[in-house]
Design a protein around this ligand. Structure first.
Ligand SMILES: Cc1cc2nc3c(=O)[nH]c(=O)nc-3n(C[C@H](O)[C@H](O)[C@H](O)COP(=O)(O)O)c2cc1C
Length: 454
């Protein structure tokens, strides 16, 4: 899984029938769950005393379309209204920074006392959009992902982008290190933002622990020495667990979730959930232990993902076409899909009755509901989440309710153009199926990039 070992594998989705897709899985020796009956996805379910109208989640996806203040902008509003009108039972709002100098891009959302009114409006309007289309009985559940971008902070002052420890796979240059006191201030910032999230009307906060951002970075900080937050597992997981505990203490009525990496794809000692021999193999002992600790700490939701998107994108989001200028995936995308589903299953096994939201469905196009239904029926996860698939086809849950199947012409093609928009410093969305906004933005971004843009 190391980039150095990447050999391009040109393979793409070309299955007209479920039989073809399942045959491919068999050929690859993969156990792809599949169910003809998708009914389970559309059943309401109770979590922590709340009725969630169905098992389908919109995964968190940054739109990089906030105002410079960090308040949601017009395109942010447009995205969430589309998700709500599309019928998702669970909407996991995107990575939202808790401090101004830790934003992954200058248009990342930022939750502060100043931006709170705009977040409150966004929550209310999103709730109203769902109610207007599906009636009062359909009240989707809203989680907001709180984050500090750590080594990926693009708004840090020059020389102030800090890391928990050096990482030869991810660092382009040496960076200053966080002190333990700095990290404790980040924890306090997350707790303060959780209070604001409750005021804004969210049902839960996610303390983001994935994809290389700060809290997740600590989970793999094996080489951080002389610190309460580095070295042994108890130390590496301490800041996350302290934050969960502090949020529960400060805002008891707010549910706490964690989106976690079950493995990083960055070899030990620079990644989490990796074999200690420094190979590309996974070792899930610590991720399992983390799940048990999070459940013990009172989390009521988990969301399982993997990989560092810029380093091993094929692990994070299996694709047919890579971001332009980057390597093709070293494996068949279905291998990545099944890896993500298996990781979800392993974490769900540990989490018991606390629901895991599984990731990895978008590449499956029109067949995802059948795989997702089998995932839920077999107890591999409580909920199924789509990222790129919802940019492309936010009405997918509504179409399943109305027709029992998807329109294959509206499905995500895993063409990576949404990610490309983000990498080129623009505003991600579906370039293929939401052309009104994103086709032009993509054209402009490609031109700007070819002229040496951001
Ligand atoms: C443009 C873009 C933005 C994303 N932003 C976030 C984010 O804010 N938080 C997060 O945890 N994951 C983020 N992701 C990852 C997705 O939530 C999801 O895990 C990934 O796309 C794989 O799921 P999929 O195959 O359904 O797309 C993002 C993905 C994309 C393509």
């Amino acid at each position: 899984m190391n980039n150095a070992s990447i050999q391009p594998v040109a393979d793409r989705f070309r299955y007209k029938t479920a039989h073809g897709l399942r045959g491919q899985a068999e050929k690859l020796g993969l156990a792809l769950p599949f169910s003809d009956d998708i009914g389970v996805l559309l059943q309401a379910v109770a979590v922590n005393g709340r009725r969630i109208p169905n098992r389908i989640a919109t995964q968190p996806m940054e739109g990089c379309d906030g105002e410079l203040s960090g308040a949601p902008g017009p395109l942010t509003r447009r995205r969430y209204l589309r998700f709500a009108r599309g019928g998702s039972g669970l909407i996991w709002f995107e990575a939202t920074s808790v401090v101004a100098d830790a934003r992954a891009n200058p248009r990342q959302l930022l939750l502060t006392r100043d931006t709170l009114p705009a977040f409150r409006d966004l929550v209310q309007e999103t709730r109203a959009a769902a109610r207007d289309r599906f009636g009062a009985a359909h009240a989707p559940y809203f989680v907001v992902q709180l984050t500090h971008s750590g080594r990926f902070s693009r708004t840090a002052a020059p020389g102030q982008r800090k890391v928990t420890c050096a990482n030869p796979y991810l660092d382009r240059e040496p960076n200053p290190l966080w002190t333990d006191a700095d990290l404790e201030r980040v924890r306090d910032g997350l707790v303060a933002a959780a209070r604001l999230a409750a005021e804004a009307g969210f049902d839960a906060v996610d303390i983001k622990a994935c994809h290389g951002y700060l809290i997740h970075e600590l989970l793999g900080a094996h080489t951080r020495t002389n610190s309460r937050y580095g070295g042994v597992f108890e130390n590496r997981s301490r800041l996350l667990l302290e934050t969960v505990d502090a949020v529960r203490g400060a805002v008891p009525d707010l549910a706490v979730a964690v989106r976690m990496n079950a493995t990083d794809g960055v070899p030990y000692p620079y990644g989490f959930g990796m074999a200690a021999d420094g190979s590309a193999s996974l070792d899930l002992e610590e991720p399992r232990r983390l799940v048990r600790a999070l459940v013990e700490a009172g989390c009521t939701w988990l969301n399982v993902t993997a990989g560092i998107p810029t380093f091993v994108p094929h692990i994070n989001r299996p694709f047919d076409r890579p971001v332009s200028g980057t390597a093709a995936a070293p494996e068949h995308p279905l291998v990545g899909v099944v890896r993500l589903l298996d990781l979800g299953r392993e974490m769900q096994r540990e989490a018991g009755t606390i629901p895991v939201v599984a990731t990895g469905f978008s590449w499956l196009r029109q067949f995802w509901p059948h795989v997702a239904a089998a995932v839920v029926t077999r107890g591999m996860a409580g909920f199924v989440g789509l990222g790129r698939g919802m940019f492309a086809y936010p009405d997918a849950p509504a179409d399943l309710m109305a027709h029992g199947r998807l329109d294959r012409t509206k499905c995500c093609l895993s063409c990576s153009r949404c990610t490309e928009l983000m990498r080129f410093g623009s505003t991600p969305g579906c370039v293929v199926h939401d052309q009104e906004i994103y086709a032009g933005l993509h054209r402009d971004a490609v031109v700007a990039q070819s002229r040496g843009g951001s």
